[in-house]
Design a binder for this molecule. Structure first.
Ligand SMILES: [Zn+2]
Length: 234
């Protein structure tokens, strides 16, 4: 059943009360309804619950994923918006990560434990994201007419893609940005740099961002859709 654009799985059961749930990790909406509840009544109940459903969906999608990953050969790895196949090769050389075609190859010594593989993958994500940001941040700052230098750091963040401390001229970026397309990273950089001048999300903020990045709304939408992809471990 589709209610206000939301796909809801309906299950009829020998129960007395209707029960509505939103399940992680993909915010699947499920309703268990009594066998004799008329379709029209079920629909109006669900319509009345739409604001609640939307809040639950947003909450579930904002949570870091709990899915357990092994970081073993065959798993998917997202990098700059592309999906790669992970290949792990143990060897005697110091561990390294490289992209080869549609694969991300993690190779070297000391990769027998899951934790070691995870650490290497996230070191690689961090280094790559820092490299991208050291190019984007100064370029975007210059376009914005920001003269004094801007410091940035990359951190694991739970709910935000970026955070700007205008007083300290310091921007914090979410490590999970390493997984999303470049234009989405550009949007987050442009967004945080506007915050150096405009602290809130007012009309002035939007107008300023419109000038810097006319298609930022598209990039934001794409970024939010990306949250629905596996984010575990980050
Ligand atoms: Zn903001």
């Amino acid at each position: 059943m589709v209610v206000s654009g939301i796909e809801i799985a309906v299950e009829r059961k020998a129960i007395k009360h209707t029960h509505l749930s939103v399940f992680p990790p993909d915010a699947r909406v499920h309703v268990s309804a009594p066998l004799d509840l008329p379709e029209a009544d079920l629909r109006s109940f669900l319509v009345s619950k739409v604001p609640w459903i939307r809040r639950q969906v947003a909450g579930v999608l904002a949570q870091p994923r709990q899915t357990h990953r092994e970081y073993a050969s065959g798993e998917n790895v997202y990098f700059l918006g592309q999906r790669y196949r992970l290949v792990v090769r143990t060897g005697e050389e110091p561990p390294s990560v490289r992209v080869a075609g549609r694969k991300v190859v993690l190779s070297g010594r000391g990769l027998e434990m899951r934790e070691a593989r995870e650490v290497r993958i996230f070191e690689w994500y961090r280094a790559e994201l820092k490299r991208t940001l050291s190019r984007l941040v100064p370029r975007c700052a210059e376009e914005a007419g920001e003269r004094a230098p801007i410091a940035f750091e990359v951190r694991k963040m739970r709910t935000r893609w970026g955070a700007c401390n205008a007083g300290k001229r310091r921007i914090c970026f979410n490590l999970a940005l390493a997984r999303v397309p470049l234009r989405c990273i550009e949007y987050v950089v442009a967004h945080e740099i506007v915050h150096l001048a405009v602290p809130n999300h007012s009309l002035l903020f939007e107008r300023t961002l419109d000038k810097r990045m006319p298609r930022w709304r598209e990039a934001r939408k794409e970024l939010n859709e990306f949250i629905a992809l596996p984010m575990e471990g980050g």
